[in-house]
Design a protein around this ligand. Structure first.
Ligand code: SF4
Length: 302
């Protein structure tokens, strides 16, 4: 392949299925700690599996396993994926209770924690490193979104890129695999800035990266901003996005495994055709485009 795909099978020699969970957390840019309103592009309901609603962690795991089994997906084990909101945004005792409830389920082999870089500290990371030493799979994924402070401020993230860099480095130093998440097409960012972003990400000890196109979701602050300043948005269609992604990947370190390249939400959350495009289809188009251009991930990485 011309890019490095993320694979649990390769990393752990196991067929692992992630179970997206809602641990009942919030975000510091929602509850007033650093801001209110949350990130301007975010409507977390768009990413919540229906099976999580109103259930305990254990019930969500059971429902998630049944959800995947009904779709014929086989697994050697499951990873409890704390996905909704910021999953380290609580005191350590609370985190311990939620994570360990998941880890006591006999089918769960580990936890994957999605969070913000300003919601982590040494004590939490030491605790996570301890879980890993005891044999659980532990991974942390940070919402990076952009390496540009002006963008982070504009989308109401409530933290800087320096904060991201520190969190990613601190986590990697503890021996925990670190993933990142970025959005391509945030307002004010040009094509050149997006390509330069790859070089900035290359200096971080990331083991994986999820890349999403910007989706403008209905009833978000970003929808209002887009109506007012459409000229500030790249407004990429799928073909343009794949082209830009090929350029981006050429500049990205080849050892950073690519987890996702597209975000899909239920059609009720967006009018854009992106909502219907599937990851597998886009990955095939990306591979084909890289082949046509006779290029590959890392070709221009310095
Ligand atoms: S930190 Fe994550 S969950 Fe919270 S508002 Fe931003 S994108 Fe949404």
């Amino acid at each position: 392949m011309r890019y490095t795909p993320f694979s649990y099978q390769e990393r752990y020699s196991l067929r692992l299925q992630r179970l997206a969970l809602d641990g009942g957390f919030s975000c510091p840019n929602r509850d007033g700690k650093v801001a209110t309103g949350g990130c301007t592009f975010c409507d977390n309901r768009a990413f919540h599996p229906a099976y999580t609603a109103g259930k305990s962690i254990t019930q969500q795991i059971e429902a998630g396993i049944a959800f995947h089994a009904q779709r014929g997906r086989k697994a050697d084990g499951y990873l409890a994926y704390f996905q909704a909101f910021s999953n380290t945004y609580a005191p350590l005792e609370v985190l311990r209770a939620r994570y360990e409830e998941a880890l006591t389920h006999p089918a769960v082999r580990g936890i994957v924690i999605g969070t913000r870089p300003d919601c982590i500290d040494d004590d939490k990371l030491d605790y996570l490193a301890g879980l890993k030493r005891q044999g659980s799979i532990v991974e942390v994924e940070y919402g990076i979104e952009s390496v540009y402070d002006a963008t982070l401020e504009r989308v109401n993230r409530g933290h800087t890129f320096a904060c991201t860099k520190e969190a990613v480095e601190q986590t990697a130093r503890k021996g925990i695999p670190v993933g990142g998440h970025i959005i391509i097409g945030l307002p004010g960012e040009t094509r050149e800035m997006i390509l330069e972003e790859a070089s900035v990400l290359n200096i971080l000890p990331l083991s994986s990266l999820k890349i999403h196109q910007l989706q403008i979701l209905k009833r978000t602050a970003m929808e209002a901003e887009f109506k007012e300043h459409p000229e500030d948005f790249l407004r990429l269609g799928p073909d343009q996005y794949i082209d830009l992604l090929a350029d981006f990947l050429e500049r990205l370190r080849p050892d950073i495994a690519i987890g996702r390249i597209v975000s899909s939400v239920p059609p009720s959350f967006t009018d854009a055709p992106w909502g219907l495009l599937k990851q597998e289809e886009l990955l095939q188009r990306l591979e084909k485009r890289l082949e046509e251009r006779d290029t590959f991930q890392g070709k221009l990485c310095v």
